[in-house]
Design a binder for this molecule. Structure first.
Ligand code: S3P
Length: 433
């Protein structure tokens, strides 16, 4: 499907709620599956990625009931001899599940195979296979890529320092550590989103953070509970960016997760002189939540400090779109991890922006984007949900309509994106390719 976005003739106004947080939804599906008893989850993200993780948990033996906005997981997996689980496009789903399942030899007898779509099958898995191997796991992969073949084995705890600041790697090791013998210590090379560490205590697991170390004893039981998933800042970022870009706009986004390990995009918006205000802060579970208001702003290019990159890792496509329409040059560096996301986001985003007449240079670890006028044109999501939404937002201020081909990938994380943007006053329509 293609999405056609017309330049905005008037300011965007109104109030929306972003869909549930993708990272927290994946974690709750997995933890709810592992836990004893029932887990009741409201606000669970109903998108392709998170539904794939939920389906995998069901396939592994958990019973899942769905009722409007409530999902009930009756925990307890296995016993199952073998299963093949298709995680679609989801890096978080596949990497966290690999960690969670690698040591569950009492539940799964022979082999668990984890597969995914073409994009996921090209993404690196050695980053989780290596630490899990050192814990005694038996995982085989072709060239460090999917499919992963896991023969669950008893694990021993390790002390591990990943090469990159990655919440997926950290979480895979901690989830494996739940059943490892001894105390698993994960040493963080830099900050990354900490939803796993925040959630585990709510299921009865003792996790300690001391400096850059996270410690967890193996053999602790998990018990289900009631959970609410806050709105996803990574999805809200598209609405906020639209509010910043379209002159005279004034929009509010409610119930947004504001976890400080995730809020780098708000720092970047502020550094670009985007007017975003926070209000009504509260907490949901152990996660800070609030309301954000974005107003039309004269955006300026900015040099983004490399240490902000992990805190805004999923927001670079939308930051690059904003940079294209800002005054002056935006410099992104230290962002080579973007090359192994749902697409090579540096290359794909640069290629699409060039099609819209943007002046830029791609570098090995980032880009230099010289902001200015953006032309209308035809671009492609290249199978990446966040590229599709970023280009749609940029279309609001282009000189002519922007057509985004393969925009159906938006369903990966934010199926209601086009409806939400339309409700704020944007003009956009879906067409068959
Ligand atoms: C995620 C971690 C990040 C992020 C991804 C979600 C998570 O990946 O890009 O969208 O939920 O743990 P990395 O751990 O590879 O940085």
């Amino acid at each position: 499907m293609k999405l056609i976005v017309r330049p905005c003739a008037r300011p965007l106004t109104g109030r929306r709620q972003p869909p549930g947080d993708k990272s927290i939804s994946h974690r709750l599906a997995i933890l709810g599956g592992l836990a004893a008893g029932q887990s009741t989850i409201t606000g669970y993200l109903q998108s392709a990625d998170t539904l794939a993780t939920l389906a995998a948990i069901e396939q592994l033996g958990a019973r899942v009931e769905r009722e409007q906005d409530e999902i009930r997981i009756h925990g307890g997996l296995g016993p199952i001899e073998r299963a093949s689980l298709d995680l679609g496009n989801s890096g978080t789903g596949v990497r966290l599940l690999a960690g969670a399942l690698a040591g569950r030899s009492e539940l799964f007898g022979a082999e668990l195979v984890l597969t995914g779509d073409a994009s996921l099958s090209s993404r690196p898995m050695a980053r989780i296979i290596d630490p899990l191997d050192s814990m005694g796991a038996e995982i085989s992969a072709r060239d460090g890529r999917l499919p992963l073949r896991i023969r669950p084995r008893p694990l021993r705890a390790v002390r591990y320092r990943p090469k990159m600041a990655s919440a997926q790697v950290k979480s895979a090791v901690l989830l494996a550590g739940l059943v490892a013998e001894g105390e698993t210590v994960l040493v963080e090379p830099g900050p990354s989103r900490d939803h796993t560490e925040r959630l585990l205590p709510a299921l009865g697991v003792d996790v300690q953070r001391v400096g850059d170390e996270i410690r967890l004893r193996g053999g602790q039981a998990l018990s289900g509970g009631r959970f609410h998933v806050p709105g996803d800042l990574s999805s809200a970022a598209f609405l906020l960016a639209a509010g910043l870009l379209v002159p005279g706009s004034d929009i509010e986004v409610d119930n947004v997760g504001l976890n400080p390990s995730r809020d780098g995009v708000l720092r970047i918006f502020a550094a670009m002189q985007g007017r975003v205000d926070r209000a009504a802060a509260s907490t949901v579970g152990d996660e800070p939540v609030g309301q954000l208001r974005a107003r039309g702003s004269t955006l300026r290019g900015v040099s983004i400090p490399p240490d902000w990159v992990p805190l805004a890792i999923d927001e670079f496509p939308i930051v690059m779109a904003l940079a294209a329409a800002a005054d002056g040059t935006t410099r992104i560096s230290g962002a080579e991890e973007l090359r192994v996301k749902e697409s090579d986001r540096l290359a794909v985003m640069c290629r699409q922006l060039l099609r819209l007449g943007v002046d830029l240079e791609e570098t090995p670890d980032g880009a230099l984007i010289h902001g200015g006028t953006v032309e209308g044109g035809v671009v492609d999501s290249c199978g990446d949900h966040r590229i599709a939404m970023s280009l749609a937002v940029l279309g609001l201020v282009a000189r002519g309509p922007v057509t985004i081909c393969n925009a159906q990938w938006i369903r990966t994380s934010y199926p209601g994106f086009a409806d939400d943007l339309a409700a704020l006053g944007a003009e956009l329509e879906w067409q068959e390719e």
